[in-house]
Write a protein that binds this ligand. Structure first.
Ligand code: ADP
Ligand code: ASP
Ligand code: MG
Length: 541
């Protein structure tokens, strides 16, 4: 357990990357290496770290490459399955310790898998006044974390110290649930406080497991680092404030070669109120911190080998994509590829920081590199994705023809309720506007629309506002689809052969994506058919 032997192959890969750097064919946006595209220059200037600085401080001699390695900074995020139990945490701790030995490393961790779901369930039970069930959930969480603690930490004093720290978080959870049950009210702010507990439990465990390997490490709550707006459940970072706080808190630790282990998923308003970044938001935490700390790369460690040509749970033949562009990866994430939170790439685009997706269960594998440009692999289509928990809303009726500004009113209403509109389609006669939102946003969107169009509904200018949640969006994504004719035709022919009925179609002006709405039950067939049609099962892995 205490050796890095299991990561031996990773060493080779690291050496290879190091060689790449010295030869100038870089695989990372290191401060002293050539970067992918012009944005890289911008990053090096902004971070104030340059080739010259390193060269003047260190004379060139054997081991010079190592000095460069030490100056590098990696932000590594570990998802729920990567910290799912003691064995997973031990593997994760090894990856962190190895990286921290070689360069600066900031770890960002999710809650142990399933924990956030359980916490939300506890909050909902408390809201119904059911304190018993909420307390049971807290108890289950105690046992789960205690089991990991016992396996991972061998010194009794250290174990007792971490236990006290976990108990404090659990007690806070109990109090929050009791308060909720008392009022039978669950505000978004309280829901954030409860759902954030998982990360606040896992970070101290992971930091302790890193220390167990002999490397100094400290658990840090992201409320001390990431400053957000007050939109609970989906807060947005304020990057300048976040940069100032993160640099002030984390730089001194890095200088002392202490590896910070930061809670993913959470932040706080400028006034100190805890917020969350949205489900799956730890990926976003990692790139927010990567940008704020001028990291050389962000590595998202998960339970698959990288970004695959399709969700492997639905398409068994899916292959790992070695290199993909920000735009392609962002389209995939936006249209439901769970491997990346949809906002993950936003913070790193300007500084052109590469993002890797790698498998914490097989760290020797190279994973996927997400870069500003990606790499053309011909054929156009690079991957497919589907998003299932979506609802089709349509506003229409013959009366809306000529009704002023129906589109404007519809979409300012969706914006007001912060519903993310994933796809829009309007019939040419203009008597129907259909659009898709996430199902979680559907009810409040429809209520807001009914309010906005109340007068028009009463006077039959708008005849219906209807909802269909039995749908899904499938997206065909690839940067090189631009200028490759026939992709839409090929897709729709294949779907026609399989009797998949198309409800709506949209192609963004970027031509990086063709997306279509189908019945939810046809998703698997649609993905498998399209995957084969474009030969994605045979793409290089
Ligand atoms: P983590 O807990 O590490 O954040 P997630 O469960 O959020 O991991 O995301 C990883 C999962 O995303 C994979 O196990 C896989 O099932 C799913 N997934 C969906 N689409 C893709 C894709 N195109 N490539 C890779 N994984 C995908
Ligand atoms: N634990 C949070 C969730 O399950 C955040 C994350 O895992 O990224 O949504
Ligand atoms: Mg995730």
């Amino acid at each position: 357990m205490n050796s890095y032997a299991a990561l031996g192959k990773g060493d080779e890969q690291l050496q290879e990357r190091k060689d790449d750097r010295l030869e100038g064919r870089t695989t990372s946006a290191g401060s002293s290496t050539r970067l992918d595209g012009w944005q890289g220059k911008l990053k090096a200037e902004k971070s104030g770290r340059s080739n010259v600085k390193f060269r003047t401080n260190n004379s060139i001699q054997p081991g010079d490459g190592l000095n460069e390695m030490k100056a590098r900074l990696q932000v590594m995020k570990f998802g729920g399955t990567s910290v799912g139990d003691a064995a997973c945490i031990a593997r994760t701790a090894q990856i962190i310790a190895k990286a921290a030995k070689e360069s600066g490393c900031i770890a960002v961790v999710s809650a142990m898998s399933g924990v956030t779901n359980r916490l939300i369930e506890a909050a909902k039970k408390a809201q119904e006044g059911n304190t018993g069930e909420a307390a049971t959930v807290v108890d289950v969480l105690r046992k789960q974390h205690e089991a990991a603690l016992t396996t991972l930490i061998h010194h009794e004093n250290e174990r007792a110290r971490i236990r006290r720290c976990l108990e404090e978080v659990l007690a806070e959870g109990r109090r929050l649930c009791e308060g909720t049950a008392l009022l039978c009210e669950l505000t978004p702010r309280t829901l954030d406080a409860i759902s954030s507990l998982g990360e606040r439990l896992s970070a101290p465990l992971v930091a302790a497991a890193v220390r167990e390997l002999g490397l100094p490490s400290e658990a840090i709550e992201a409320t001390e680092l990431i400053v957000t707006d007050a939109f609970h459940g989906g807060a947005e970072p304020h990057m300048e404030l976040t940069r100032a706080k993160s640099q002030a808190r984390l730089r001194p630790l890095l200088e002392k070669r202490i590896a910070p282990v930061v809670t993913g998923f959470i932040g706080a308003t400028a006034a100190g109120q805890l917020t969350t970044l949205g489900r799956g938001g730890s990926d976003y935490s990692a790139t927010i911190l990567g940008a704020a700390m001028d990291a050389d790369e962000v590595i998202i460690w998960t339970d698959v080998d990288g970004v695959l040509t399709a969700d492997p749970r639905l398409v068994a033949e899916a292959r790992t994509i070695p290199v993909i562009s920000y735009r392609e990866a962002a389209e995939l994430a936006y249209f439901g590829a769970k491997v990346l939170h949809p906002k993950t790439l936003n913070p790193v685009v300007q500084a052109a920081i590469p993002v890797w997706i790698r498998n914490s269960f097989a760290p020797e594998r190279p994973g996927t590199k997400i870069t500003p440009e990606g790499r053309s692999i011909g054929g156009g289509v690079k991957a497919l994705t589907a998003i299932r928990d979506v609802t089709l809303i349509s506003v229409g009726g013959p009366g809306i023809v000529g009704l002023p500004d129906v589109l404007g009113r519809t979409f300012s209403t969706t914006a007001e309720v912060r519903a993310n509109v994933l796809l829009i389609s309007q019939s040419s006669s203009q008597n129907d506007i259909c659009f898709i939102v996430a199902t979680v946003d559907a009810q409040r969107t429809v209520e807001a629309l009914r309010k906005e169009f109340a007068q028009d509904l009463a006077h039959h200018k708008v005849e219906h506002i209807t909802v269909d949640s039995n749908v899904a969006i499938v997206a065909v994504v690839g940067e090189n689809m631009r200028g490759t004719p026939g992709i839409a035709g090929k897709t729709f022919n294949a779907l026609g052969r399989e009797n998949v009925n198309l409800i709506a179609i949209a192609q963004g002006s970027s031509e990086c994506n063709i997306s279509f709405v189908i019945e939810e039950q046809a998703v698997k067939t649609a993905l498998i058919t399209t995957h084969r049609e474009f030969g994605l099962d045979a793409s290089p892995s």
